[in-house]
Design a protein around this ligand. Structure first.
Ligand code: HEC
Ligand code: HEC
Ligand code: HEC
Ligand code: HEC
Ligand code: HEC
Ligand code: HEC
Length: 462
């Protein structure tokens, strides 16, 4: 080879073909160049329940550096995601290793209903998310999660008795001491009287002696009496006003289930567990089978070890040692205590709010992803959230009628994007009465839920 052709190769051909190759990667490969924003929502809906974008294992391997592991296998990874078993059938050695490592514990990954373009968007997102998480030192990202230590402290705090128990115990001890002391003093007096030849102390019931004591100290007793009367009147009034109001309520649960661990730290989407919230009246609590999607593999928690997760196995009849279901086991549901509860005479519909009204779960349930135990939020807790887009701040106590009405009065309805409202507009425009109504409602160009009937008793009451 002469000098000229050698320099042609090193100076021109190599850089040129490298550039072509790079460009091919940027435009033709599946690991970058997609729409990361679109990829994020696809990833959250389809992959986040099993995979993390870091190198941590959730219910499947973490996807960090996936582009390195599958380098040069663009078509194969697409095939894998759409149909893992078909991809494995190609006999690729990397996939063989993957299957050996994971399938026994986590089962086969199910084929995902995503197109090749979707996969490019997802993998582009995975790469940017992994890069963004790296310098921050974890999966914290935008939404700051509690650390495991903070969660453990919070857990301990929730389990402390609320003081009433101690009040009763100390009160009882004092009463026993008082009664014993009174008895001792009476026997002493009798002993003295007997020695001096006097008749014994007259037998009095406790009530009689208490009456005598109160009469002797009547000024003191009436001040205390007045004080107690005022105190109980106020407490009684307050508790009457609180009937049916539960903000701050934190009931005990059969298993220590923490949203802070599942939802925040492990980024499991609300809809993964409460899937009916977007399409029906009820949000629903996940069944034991849903827990098993992950806990078939995850047998130990960082905070409670095996003790709480074992309760899932006890309910469904699963032997963690062999990784198999116990044959003929009679499964029992986990009975969760209800946290948020409206009276029977009220009608509330989740999908009307979440899907039609586009209201964030956290606008009503507060920082649910931070809870270490089921909890009804206070108005302050809801209003303090900074990460909720379009948060409607309300002053009334959550889950009261005043609260529902306050939001319906404040919140504007997005009608432009709704075929239903477009249709209603056309119908109104068709009649004179309709046109008048439309003018009233749309006077200021917008319309609140109230203007659409959100204050009508019959909408919320059966
Ligand atoms: C129900 C759980 C589940 C879901 C949902 C899921 N996967 Fe998987 N995935 C797995 C498991 C488990 C494995 C490990 C191999 C096996 O056991 O089949 C895996 C393996 C992978 C691998 C290979 C990992 C490696 O280290 O090489 C890729 C890539 C992957 N999944 C991508 C995705 C994408 C993208 C989505 C969403 C479109 C997705 N998965 C959804 C469970 C899941
Ligand atoms: C891994 C499954 C899982 C995920 C993910 C999850 N939850 Fe839950 N959720 C549960 C379980 C189990 C309970 C019952 C125990 C309790 O009350 O804490 C529950 C209870 C609740 C309750 C109280 C139910 C009642 O009795 O009134 C609300 C509200 C709630 N979740 C909202 C959310 C929101 C909002 C998200 C997303 C930010 C979310 N959940 C994510 C499993 C989950
Ligand atoms: C999508 C996956 C997923 C689902 C579904 C899921 N979990 Fe978990 N769970 C996890 C992960 C991840 C951890 C953290 C394990 C660790 O500490 O390393 C965990 C931890 C736990 C722990 C132990 C907490 C600790 O730190 O001690 C309990 C208890 C638990 N889950 C209960 C449940 C219950 C009950 C359900 C069903 C209502 C459920 N999980 C559903 C993924 C899941
Ligand atoms: C407009 C306020 C509002 C929004 C938004 C909202 N919820 Fe609720 N949620 C409620 C009320 C009110 C109840 C009590 C319903 C009852 O007792 O009939 C409730 C109850 C629940 C329950 C208990 C089970 C049930 O179905 O009654 C869960 C779980 C729950 N919500 C989850 C969610 C999730 C997840 C989202 C977001 C996808 C969400 N909620 C959005 C107001 C809301
Ligand atoms: C954070 C704001 C907010 C809160 C709190 C709220 N709502 Fe609503 N509600 C809305 C919005 C927005 C709509 C209108 C959705 C649409 O049609 O566009 C709506 C609509 C409704 C409807 C009419 C749905 C239909 O099918 O026409 C009912 C009924 C209702 N809400 C009941 C309640 C009850 C009961 C509560 C209290 C437990 C409540 N809402 C709390 C915002 C709220
Ligand atoms: C946006 C929904 C909504 C509308 C509209 C509404 N209510 Fe209510 N109402 C509720 C809720 C929620 C409760 C339960 C509050 C609680 O448990 O504290 C309630 C409770 C009540 C109660 C029981 C007393 C109480 O405070 O618990 C009465 C009586 C009542 N409503 C009457 C009415 C009348 C009359 C109208 C029409 C002027 C009306 N409501 C309109 C949601 C609504």
């Amino acid at each position: 080879m002469n000098r000229l052709s050698r320099s042609f190769i090193s100076k021109i051909l190599v850089p040129f073909s490298a550039a072509i190759l790079l460009n091919f990667n940027a435009f033709g490969g599946v690991f970058e160049g997609g729409d990361a924003a679109k990829g994020e929502s696809l990833y959250k809906a389809n992959c986040a329940s099993c995979h993390k974008t870091t190198d941590e294992v959730l219910a499947a391997p973490g996807l960090k550096d996936i582009d390195v592991r599958w380098k040069g296998k663009d078509a194969l990874i697409v095939k894998w995601i759409q149909n893992p078993q078909a991809a494995a059938a190609t006999g690729d050695p990397y996939i063989k290793g993957l299957v050996e490592k994971y399938v026994a514990t986590y089962g086969w990954m199910a084929g995902q209903p995503v197109s090749e373009a979707d996969i490019k968007d997802i993998l582009t997102y995975v790469k940017t998310a992994a890069d963004a998480a790296a310098p921050a030192g974890g999966a914290a990202g935008v939404n700051k999660c509690m650390t495991l230590e903070e969660i453990a402290t919070e857990k301990a705090k929730n389990e402390e008795s609320d003081g009433t128990v101690w009040f009763i115990i100390i009160g009882s001890i004092l009463a026993i001491i008082a009664v014993t002391a009174a008895n001792i003093s009476k026997s002493l007096k009798n002993a003295i009287n007997e020695r001096e030849g006097l008749p014994p102390v007259v037998e009095m019931s406790y009530w009689q002696s208490a009456k005598g004591w109160m009469w002797a100290n009547r000024k003191f007793v009436s001040v205390i009496g007045l004080f107690l009367f005022c105190y109980f009147s106020v407490v009684g009034y307050k508790s009457l006003m609180d009937i049916g109001v539960y903000d701050g309520y934190t009931p005990d649960q059969p298993i220590w289930f923490s949203h802070a661990i599942h939802n925040c730290q492990n980024e499991i989407d609300c809809n993964y567990c409460h899937s009916s919230a977007v399409k029906s009246k009820h949000a629903g609590i996940p069944s034991v089978n849903v827990c098993m999607n992950c806990h078939k593999g995850i047998k130990k928690g960082a905070i409670t070890g095996t003790s709480e997760i074992q309760k899932i196995y006890d309910a469904i009849g699963f032997d963690p040692a062999t990784g198999t279901y116990i044959a003929g086991f009679e499964q029992k549901p986990i009975v969760w205590n209800k946290v948020n509860n409206l009276p029977d005479h009220v009608y509330f519909n989740h999908s009307a709010h979440v899907t039609v009204g586009k209201i964030d779960c956290k606008n009503c349930h507060g920082p649910q992803n931070q809870y270490t135990v089921g909890h009804v939020p206070t108005a302050d807790e809801i209003n303090a959230q900074e990460d909720v887009v379009g948060l409607v701040k309300l002053e009334r106590r959550p889950f009261t009628m005043g609260w529902c009405l306050e939001c319906h009065n404040k919140k504007e309805v997005d009608m432009a994007g709704s075929a239903y409202y477009q249709e209603m507009h056309e119908r109104y425009k068709a009649s004179e009465v309709g046109q008048r109504t439309l003018r009233e409602i749309m006077e200021d160009g917008t319309s609140t839920v109230r203007e659409l009937g959100g204050w009508e008793c019959g909408k919320c009451h059966y």
